[in-house]
Design a protein around this ligand. Structure first.
Ligand SMILES: *[C@@H]1O[C@H](CO)[C@@H](O)[C@H](O)[C@H]1NC(C)=O
Length: 248
């Protein structure tokens, strides 16, 4: 009887741990054109065994899901300003059948860059991409990326300065966002060495923010009635995207 309840407990625990692993997500690959680079090459490792979301986004963990800014252990991937750059999220393998994140974990994606300065605490971040909710298709960015096997393509802006950068990817899952501290942030950082830029920012320059600091617990895109509002009037957190997109 006793051994039976122990084994039932073990099954419950394994199922719970398995659920945690499979629900969550991480930046698994990045690609320039058809050349792909795996997690562990230029993508900083995350801290923690189960790829948990950031426990408290007012701490340094919000930068890269570890406590660092730039990491001396991670090399820099050379990339040309103005070129297309792909980021690919997966749960636990990079097979096309790995569906990136549990379908219940829906929300926007945001991609930031920040120039690496001498002091890693000094990184000023700017947003280069965001995608929220599309009411015509009823899809969040997480749905669009999952449909595309976890992949989102962005352009490294031409109008920046050459140098070493962190590119910070972020998925935000909103299923618990109706509670303060309920929104689940999944950031990751990849280290880039950018060349071929115009070596100056456009006027006006990007809107720079700090992590932690960019997000407040009651921002309308972080404290959000996800189940009630169903994507309507959703405001993506953080600064405006740089460079501004031209109105059609
Ligand atoms: C996060 O940290 C802030 C202070 O830095 C604290 O006020 C808040 O309660 C924390 N939230 C959680 C969920 O621990």
């Amino acid at each position: 009887m006793l051994s039976l309840s122990y084994s039932s407990l073990a099954i419950v625990l394994c199922a719970t741990a398995g659920h945690l692993v499979s629900a969550h997500t991480q930046l698994y690959n990045v690609a320039i054109g058809t050349t792909s680079y795996k997690r562990g090459e230029y993508i900083q490792p995350v801290v923690g065994p189960y790829l948990n979301p950031v426990a408290n986004f007012t701490t340094n963990e919000i930068r890269c899901r570890n406590t660092n800014g730039a990491s001396p252990q991670t090399p820099y991937l050379s990339v040309k300003a103005g070129s297309e750059f792909s980021v690919v999220w997966h749960r636990s393998s990079d097979s096309p059948s790995d569906n990136m994140v549990a379908p219940s974990h829906r929300g926007p994606c945001m991609i930031y860059m920040g120039k690496v300065e001498k002091n890693p605490d000094d990184i000023k971040w700017f947003k280069i991409y965001e995608l929220g909710f599309n009411k015509d298709t009823d899809k969040w960015c997480s749905d669009v990326a999952r449909d595309n096997h976890g992949r989102v393509d962005v352009v490294i802006p031409k109008d920046i300065e050459d140098g070493k950068y962190l590119l910070r990817t972020e998925l935000l899952a909103l299923h618990r966002a109706n509670h303060v501290w309920g929104a689940q942030f999944y950031p990751n950082c990849v280290q880039l060495d950018v060349s071929g830029s115009s070596n100056k920012f456009l006027d006006p320059p990007p809107e720079f923010v700090e992590f932690p600091g960019a997000y407040k617990s009651d921002d309308p895109g972080i404290l959000y009635k996800y189940w009630q509002d169903k994507g309507m009037n959703y405001v993506i957190p953080g600064p405006k995207v740089y460079p501004p997109t031209k109105p059609n």
